[in-house]
Write a protein that binds this ligand. Structure first.
Ligand code: NCD
Length: 313
């Protein structure tokens, strides 16, 4: 039996507030393991985890791979160019093939929304969604919550401004849902061209002007401008975008002194975030990367049957 109420981690909406709390608390134990000289536990020895990454990714794939290895699972990477999908195999056939090899957990990244859900339907293994099109990226949201909680000491009541390409961002979708589950207040901040047609259904407050809401924010979460997903540029120029929606030294100076700056990576320095802010002590971007490994270890461990009380024993 899984330690979580869900069998897969596909969407944050499948998780309860308790599930999220369990992942974050378990990740605390694994973070401590990651600081040891010998960063390895025998917990998932003999279990097979496949990282099926059918969309370019370095940081997320590496993070999942390190997480699986630190728990002693046998981790196998299948990337887009190496997999049979380039030879025309359907996702269903890939799922059946991987099932026949008796793998226990699949982490999947795919350019189509719904791919992780589809994979979970076709096979017995547990599935973690490593990002499906513009839909969800749940482990990113979980590691973001973990990082915020560590930096600010709580999640409940925090005002989190998510700034930028809300319309194309799976990170924003997952994060808004996760923040609501833990009692925080998400505010999406973007020009109308970077918001979905019905921003009200996101479940977040909406603002078109960063400077108006900046003084309220505990966290400024800067999104990457997703050139590859936008058709043409949805704003006049990158310079103009940076001027109105970028986090820079002047904006940081006018925000609350305790406000922290986050970014899921990869960053476009000089566009959504200036280089000096990215490298400043108000930026907790590398803490997010660090948290990624611990949170993914927790997700794998809990899905494969662990309970949080004996995580890092
Ligand atoms: C995000 C993604 O791929 O959705 N990045 C990541 O997981 N490291 C965000 C992005 O690409 O902007």
């Amino acid at each position: 039996m899984s330690g979580l109420s869900c069998e897969h981690i596909i969407s944050v909406s499948d998780m309860s507030t308790e599930d999220i709390g369990m992942v974050l608390d378990t990740a605390e134990s694994f973070k401590e393991v990651n600081e040891r000289t010998i960063k390895k536990l025998p917990t998932l020895r003999g279990r097979t985890i496949i990282n099926l990454f059918l969309e370019p990714s370095t940081r997320t794939r590496t993070s999942f791979e390190i997480a699986a290895k630190r728990l002693s699972a046998d981790a196998v990477n299948m990337t887009g160019s190496a997999s049979a999908t380039v030879k025309g195999e359907s996702l269903r056939d890939t799922a059946k093939t991987l099932s026949a090899m008796s793998c226990d957990l699949i982490v999947v990244r795919h350019r189509c929304a719904g791919a992780a859900d589809y994979l979970a339907e076709c096979m017995d293994a547990h599935v973690i969604n490593g990002g499906d099109g513009m839909h969800e990226h749940p482990t990113q949201a979980l590691l973001d919550l973990f990082t915020m909680r560590r930096a600010l000491g709580r999640l409940e009541g925090l005002t989190v401004g998510i700034v930028g390409d809300i319309a194309h961002s799976r990170v924003a979708g997952s994060l808004v849902r996760a923040l609501r589950l833990v009692g925080a207040r998400p505010v999406v901040i973007a020009p109308p061209t970077l918001l979905p047609a019905r921003p009200d259904v996101l479940g977040a407050e909406v603002s078109y002007t960063l400077d108006d809401v900046l003084p309220d924010l505990d966290v400024a979460y800067m999104l990457r401008v997703q050139m590859e997903r936008a058709e043409g540029m949805p704003f006049p120029s990158l310079r103009e975008y940076a001027r109105f929606y970028g986090m820079n030294g002047a904006r940081l100076a006018s925000a609350r002194p305790e406000m922290v700056v986050m970014h899921p990576g990869p960053m476009n320095r000089g566009v959504e975030i200036s280089a000096d802010v990215a490298d400043s002590d108000r930026s907790i971007i590398l803490d997010q990367v660090n948290a990624g490994v611990a949170v993914r270890m927790a997700a794998m461990y809990l899905l494969l049957g662990g309970v949080d009380s004996d995580a890092a024993a």
